[in-house]
Ligand binder design. Structure first.
Ligand code: ATP
Length: 369
């Protein structure tokens, strides 16, 4: 087992730069997620670590070895793809045994390792079947088993759950998290699905257009996004973003935009930006409908109520922006009716030039003596 260190990695396809100097540190035994929208370069990065793709500059280290110039086989990594890539004419047992046979491992060792992987992944009863006789989830388990038998230094997963339906995907997420806990192995996992990243990852590396936007635990990215890209990419429904101005008044700073007036109090962290255009980011759970016709910091018109069972999502037009607020399951309202929303809690942020410059909530009142 080893960590992975990536330094100043650069890669272009023709004139298109796909990775523009990427640094990533995956700790030994860590479940690390490479997250980002389609085309951000995450699969290319994983393939470079595996040795399946060349690079134009920078270094890849696995443990204390620089592997940049080694072949995939010399790197001691196992990759699991979205497309399972099982041998259709072989049984599950033969598929699992294949990497060990290729290494000319002794028969007894092959049997022992295959049986152990089958037990871990609950494939014992399926060892005699061929891939076409398996469900999608079972096939993916065989693909993961084929990686496990090799006991690699690092597991590399490229969107392994994307071909599964939503229910199976969430079941497999749990399986993978348990597997990681049992094996304690270093795993690097590529996905564009932020829910998968938030639930599986110990740390997330969020990529956009070939550059790292932020690295941190899932909660760090959710609670302290470094910039507007991270803020709006992580979280469902996405963070609401309102463009406006920071004004200074008698009671401190105020954020103003059409339909919005939010007092932020005396704020040293934001004071230097008084009078400037900023963006206010508000998580849907920090926008709370005001009951009984009261006033809120945000005033808008109701466009739609989505009833999700446990809660309602209110879609509200505020000036020419649409925001989403969370409300209780019984919330009702007429279309086009005025809605007042109050802004509460920690899910409020202020951004300047796209970068987060502070939390938006007024600082807690000092304790009364
Ligand atoms: P997805 O989630 O859609 O797989 P990704 O973030 O994994 O996206 P990559 O597959 O790494 O993105 O691709 C990054 C960019 O590089 C894309 O614009 C893609 O079109 C381009 N690209 C990838 N492979 C090649 C190639 N062999 N030749 C030319 N361009 C490529």
């Amino acid at each position: 087992m080893s960590g992975v260190r990536i330094r100043n990695l650069r890669k272009s396809f023709g004139a298109v730069e796909v990775l523009g100097g990427v640094d990533v540190d995956v700790r030994e035994g860590e479940f690390c997620i490479l997250l980002g929208p389609s085309g951000c370069g995450k699969t290319t990065l994983l393939r470079i670590v595996a040795g399946l793709e060349g690079h134009d500059g920078g270094e890849v280290w696995i443990g204390d070895r620089e592997v940049s110039l080694l072949t995939p086989a010399e790197r001691d990594v196992a990759m699991v793809f979205q497309s399972y890539a099982l041998y259709p004419h072989m049984t599950v047992y033969e598929n699992l045994a294949f990497p060990l046979k290729a290494r000319r491992a002794p028969k007894a060792e092959i049997r022992e390792k295959v049986e152990e992987a089958a037990r871990l992944l609950e494939l014992q009863d399926l060892l005699g079947r061929r891939p076409r006789e398996l469900s999608g989830g079972q096939r993916q388990r065989v693909a993961i088993g084929r990686a496990i038998v090799r006991t690699p230094a690092v597991f590399l997963f490229d969107e392994p759950l994307s071909n599964l339906d939503a229910k199976l995907r969430s079941a497999m997420r749990v399986e993978l998290a348990k597997l990681h806990r049992r094996l304690g192995a270093t795993m690097v996992y590529v996905t564009h699905d932020q829910v998968e990243a938030m639930t599986l990852g110990q740390r997330i590396v969020l990529l956009h257009e070939g550059t790292v936007q932020q690295v941190g635990a899932p909660r760090d990215l959710y609670e302290r996004p470094a910039n507007l890209f991270v803020a709006t990419f992580v979280g469902t429904p996405a963070m609401n973003v309102l463009g406006g101005v920071l004004r200074s008044g008698a009671g401190g700073l105020v954020f103003e935009a059409p339909g919005v007036r939010l007092s932020l109090g005396q704020r040293e962290d934001l004071a230097a930006h008084a009078g400037e255009a900023v963006h206010l980011g508000v998580r849907p759970e920090a926008l709370v409908p005001v009951a009984g016709g009261g006033e809120g910091e945000v005033e808008g018109r109701l466009e739609l109520v989505e009833s999700l069972g446990a809660e309602c999502l209110l879609h509200v037009a505020v000036g020419d922006v649409r925001v989403v607020a969370r409300a209780g399951p019984d919330w009702t309202g007429e279309r086009d009716a005025p809605v007042a929303l109050s802004v509460r809690g920690p899910g409020v942020h202020v951004f300047h030039d796209g970068r987060r410059i502070g939390g938006g909530g007024a600082p807690a009142a000092p304790p009364t003596p």
